[in-house]
Structure formats: structure tokens, C-alpha cells
Design a binder for this molecule. Structure first.
Ligand code: GLC
Length: 557
């Protein structure tokens, strides 16, 4: 296929991603054009004008590939096709053409750590003999115990339970996630070559970049004997060693894989770009993001940082320093398809922490009581803060509508494998994946005519895009105004802190960007004086010359 031009405005701009706003679409929950209750590619195409109007630069699509949906599409059966329930490759091409016309770039999700168990290679591996080349594309081993009845190691799956499943001939295969997601063996050149083919396949179709799933997991220490983890069973970034010595995660050898990917990206003009989903210590993020590897690495620190000035300032400084070290820019993320939506996180009493948020979900959102008004106020303040930072902001579908988490989904409706694998102890991620409300009225609030694969809750219509459009006070109009202004305001990648330590202690974050752009976030319970200059935008109503509690303002000196 001839290479399609990326005809987006600044076509030749290889650095478009450095300060871009990228909108994440979870395709099954975005818009359903064919009315089967599942969002699809034509649904995405139909809503691209909305995204252009919102003012984002690029759209990242979570997986839309053929999948048995054991993990919402992150179990890929064919990396170079579209799931028939979501459309066809022609639909995909039409989407890219429409995106080009609107000046939007398309990014796709690549899931290289594991395939689906329905992938033709895994099916071949199952019917092949132990020791065969078909099995060598995955990680098969004999078990321990007299009859091999015990898993080869103590490695846990990230979704709960052991990371090994036994096949009828007695061998075990590795899956760091669900059993339906067997891990590839990246020591195998055939696996490496096949992913290069996949990267070229989508690049040839006009895709501008890739989000790389579980980027820190591909390289494993598979030398015999495999090493048990003993007590160090946690996969949390801070529990990982800082020298790359973990047998499974963030090993130095993984970087060789991405240097190979960079050579593929650089075959294109402009070169393709990628962002790593790497749950590693922040001090080990830089190599993933370097110019000879993927280009950028997700910084998820806002997901776990309380909305308090000191902690936010430290997080921002650390992220900027690590991005600089890599020659990259930082990313900023308040929500995505794996976490409780931030309008709800901020609605919970300060200090509940990550486990408190999980516990809240388990009570169906009843305990502790959430203050949704305050949560939304804080979410708006956090958004204006995030959108003013140097680097790229990743916006998750529906956050521009101020959607809360749907915490009270009935357990029989849950689809996330975490729910079953944890034996009903962890509710999982479905509450942030409920199909979007586009219209107050109409079937499924405009999502599609044929139902909704996760039920939309009562009151969902009050968040609909058509209710908010044109209402100056709405979250949607706040995002639109901020993104419009940001286009003009963003200059270089520098940030200067303006406040004193005492200001930070009072809950204030004050910084300036090039060209006289001032940003003041009041993360405290009391009003404060406005910064100098003309007010451009604020996350909540101002009272004369005061900046109210939990409000961020942009001014121009
Ligand atoms: C990533 C995805 C998540 C998925 C997991 C396994 O963390 O964001 O949704 O479950 O990888 O592919």
C-alpha cells in the first residue's frame, strides 16, 4: 500500500506530540453507529468533528482489534485487523481520512506483552508438542512437583491468581494477566519481526503514533532455573528494584526491543511516535522516552498524588526533570480506562488513598460518602492546572463532560476479569468504561440505538454533551475554552515557579510560562488574591478580585 500522507496542518512537524493534547477513546464505549450496543469505528468517525471542536490534537484508540474480550480488547487475536463487531479496515481508513481532514492525528494501542489465547500462534502452540518452535513464541515450561502438577514459579498474575495455566499435555504457559492473555517470548526473533510488521501495517495506513501497552514487561529473565519471587510479590513500581534486576519487569534488555522499533518509526516521514505505558519507578522512566526508543513515557503520578499543593509541586518537578533527562516532554494524566474517574476520586475525603478508593468502589460508592459537587470543583481546578503544564495532556473520554465513576454497577454486569480473578475482592475498572452520554434524550443517551454493553445509570443524561454545549458554566465549555487558549499560549517548554514555600504550604501553586502566561491554582479552602494580569479563564466563578477555594485561574500579564 502506498504510504498515506499525514496531511495534518503542520504535516512535516516531527515534534507535534511534545505539547499535544491527546484524547483517549475506549472504542466500545464511545459511539455505536450500527446499533449493536457496542461502540465502533464508524461511531468514532461520526464524532470526530466533536473532537476537532473540542480542540484536541490527536486521538488515541484503545484496542479495536479482533478479540474475545477477556480483557476488554487488551487480548488481541489479530494485530492487523478490526474486530468485525467494530467494523472493517475500510472503516478504519475512512476514519483516518476524516481525521486528516479535521486536522487530527490518530494513534493506536499496541499490545506486545501478550496476545489473546485465540491468536493463531497460540492455537498452533496448543496443538504443537512441548519443545516445538510454535511453543517457543510463548513461554511454556514443565511444572514442579513429582508430576509437574505445580506451577513452574510463584509468579502471580496482575489480575490475581497464579501467572501460569496448565495445558492438557501437562506443560504450563505464562500469563502475567488473564489466562486468556498468554505472554509472548520476546527472546524469539520471530516475535520481534512480527511486531515490526504490525507497526509498519498501521503506519502505512496513516497512523501517527502508538501507545505501547505494558511496555515494561516484554523482556523476562527466562534462563533456567526460573527465579521465584519469594516475598517480593508486588508489581507496584515502588516495589520494583531500581537496578533492573527483577525477573519480569523493567529489565534493561527491554530497551533493545524499543531501539528496534525506533528504526521502524524512522522509516516514515514524519517519524512515527510512541508513548510507553511503563509502570516503573519514575527514576527509570527516561530510557523508554528517549529519542532512540519510543519518544515519551506515561507519567501516572497524578493518579496517586493527593490534590495538595506540596505533593503536586513535587510530582510536577520530578516528572519534568525525568522528561528532560530523556530529551522528551512529560505526559499528564488525570484519568484513563484503568482508574476511577478523577471527578469521583476528588469527591472522596482527602487522604483516603488508592486503597481507600478501591474500598469505596467495593461498597458500590456508598462508603465513605462522596461529595460530587466538591469533586467536580476540584476536578475542574486540576484540569486547568494540568492543561497549563509543559508537555502533553492525555484526556480520557468523558472527563470533558465531568463524568463521575459509575460505582454502583451491579456485580452481574461486571466484565472486568479482575472481578472474577480476585474472587470478588476487587470490583475492577468497568465503572469508568460506561458508554458516553451524547444527548439528554433518545436511546441510550445518543450512544447508539441498540442498548449499551454496560448499563448507563439513572441521571446519565444530565451529563450529556448536548446539554453542556453552549453552557458557559459547563465542564465541556471549560475544556473547549482551555484548549482553544492553550493553542495560542503554549510557547516553549519552560515553567517558572512564582510562589514562595509559604504559598505552597497555604495550598497555592503559582507558575508562569513563556509570553506572560500566569497560572495560579488555589488548592485550599480559603479565597486568595488573584495574580497580576488580565484573567483569561478560571475553573470556577471569581468573586471580584479573589480566587475562590479549589479554583485555578489563567491570567496574562
Ligand atoms: C494495560 C491496559 C489495561 C490492560 C493491561 C493488560 O495496563 O491499560 O487495560 O488490562 O494492560 O493488557
Amino acid at each position: 500500500m502506498p504510504q498515506r500522507p499525514l496531511s495534518v496542518g503542520t504535516n512535516a512537524d516531527a515534534d507535534w506530540w511534545r505539547q499535544a493534547v491527546v484524547y483517549q477513546i475506549y472504542p466500545r464505549s464511545f459511539a455505536d453507529a450500527d446499533g449493536d450496543g457496542i461502540g465502533d469505528i464508524r461511531g468514532v468517525t461520526s464524532r470526530l468533528p466533536y473532537l476537532a471542536d473540542l480542540g484536541v490534537d490527536a486521538v488515541w484508540l484503545s484496542p479495536f482489534y479482533p478479540s474475545e474480550l477477556a480483557d476488554g480488547g487488551y487480548d488481541v487475536a489479530d494485530y492487523r485487523d478490526v474486530d468485525p463487531r467494530l467494523g472493517t479496515l475500510d472503516d478504519f481508513d475512512e476514519m483516518v481520512t476524516e481525521a486528516d481532514r479535521l486536522g487530527l492525528r490518530i494513534m493506536v494501542d499496541i499490545v506486545p506483552n501478550h496476545s489473546s489465547d485465540q491468536h493463531v500462534w497460540f492455537q498452533e502452540a496448543l496443538s504443537a508438542a512441548p519443545g516445538s518452535s510454535a511453543r517457543a513464541r510463548y513461554v511454556f515450561r514443565d511444572g514442579r512437583g513429582r508430576h509437574g502438577e505445580l506451577p513452574p514459579t510463584d509468579w502471580p498474575s496482575s489480575f490475581g491468581g497464579p501467572a501460569w495455566t496448565r495445558v492438557p499435555d501437562g506443560q504450563w504457559y505464562l500469563h502475567l494477566y488473564a489466562p486468556e492473555q498468554p505472554d509472548f517470548n520476546w527472546d524469539n526473533p520471530e516475535v520481534r519481526e512480527d511486531f515490526h510488521t504490525t507497526l509498519r501495517f498501521w503506519s502505512d495506513r496513516g497512523v501517527a503514533g502508538f501507545r505501547v501497552d505494558v511496555a515494561h514487561g516484554l523482556s523476562k529473565d527466562l534462563a533456567e532455573p526460573l527465579r521465584d519471587l519469594g516475598h517480593a510479590l508486588s508489581y507496584q513500581p515502588d516495589a520494583l528494584p531500581d537496578d533492573g534486576s527483577h525477573p519480569l519487569w523493567d529489565r534493561d534488555a527491554v530497551h533493545d526491543i524499543y531501539r528496534g522499533w525506533r528504526r521502524v518509526f524512522d522509516e516514515y516521514q514524519p517519524p512515527r511516535f510512541a508513548v510507553a505505558e511503563a509502570w516503573v519507578r519514575s527514576s527509570r522512566r527516561a530510557p523508554y522516552a528517549s529519542a532512540d526508543e519510543l519518544g515519551q513515557a506515561f507519567n501516572f503520578d497524578f493518579l496517586n498524588t493527593p490534590l495538595c499543593a506540596g505533593a503536586m509541586r513535587d510530582t510536577i518537578d520530578t516528572a519534568l526533570a525525568h522528561a528532560r533527562e530523556a530529551g522528551a516532554t512529560s505526559t499528564w494524566v488525570l484519568s484513563n480506562h484503568d482508574v476511577v474517574r478523577h471527578a469521583s476520586r476528588y469527591a472522596l475525603p482527602a487522604g483516603v488513598g488508592k486503597s481507600g478508593v478501591e474500598a469505596w468502589l467495593m461498597t458500590g460508592g456508598r462508603e465513605p460518602a462522596a461529595d460530587l459537587n466538591l469533586g467536580l470543583r476540584k476536578a475542574r481546578a486540576a484540569t486547568l492546572l494540568m492543561l497549563a503544564l509543559p508537555g502533553s495532556a492525555y484526556v480520557y473520554q468523558g472527563e470533558e463532560l465531568g463524568l463521575p465513576e459509575v460505582a454502583d454497577l451491579r456485580t452481574e454486569d461486571l466484565q472486568d476479569p479482575i472481578w472474577v480473578r480476585s474472587g470478588g475482592r476487587v470490583k475492577g475498572r468497568d465503572g469508568c468504561r460506561v458508554p458516553l452520554p451524547w444527548t439528554r434524550e433518545g436511546a441510550n443517551h445518543g450512544f447508539g440505538s441498540g442498548g449499551s454493553w454496560l448499563p448507563q445509570p439513572a441521571g446519565w443524561g444530565s451529563y450529556a454533551a448536548d446539554v453542556q454545549a453552549g453552557d458557559k458554566e459547563s465542564v465541556l465549555e471549560l475544556y473547549r475554552a482551555a484548549l482553544r487558549l492553550r493553542r495560542d499560549l503554549v510557547t516553549d517548554e519552560a515553567l517558572e515557579w512564582a510562589g514562595t514555600d509559604a504559598d505552597t504550604e497555604r495550598g497555592l501553586l503559582h507558575f508562569t510560562r513563556g509570553g506572560g502566561w500566569h497560572v495560579l491554582a488555589n488548592l485550599s479552602d480559603a479565597p486568595v488574591a488573584l495574580p497580576e494580569g488580565t484573567v483569561l479563564l478560571s475553573s470556577g466563578a471569581l468573586s471580584q478580585d479573589r480566587l475562590p477555594a479549589w479554583t485555578t485561574v489563567w491570567t496574562h500579564a
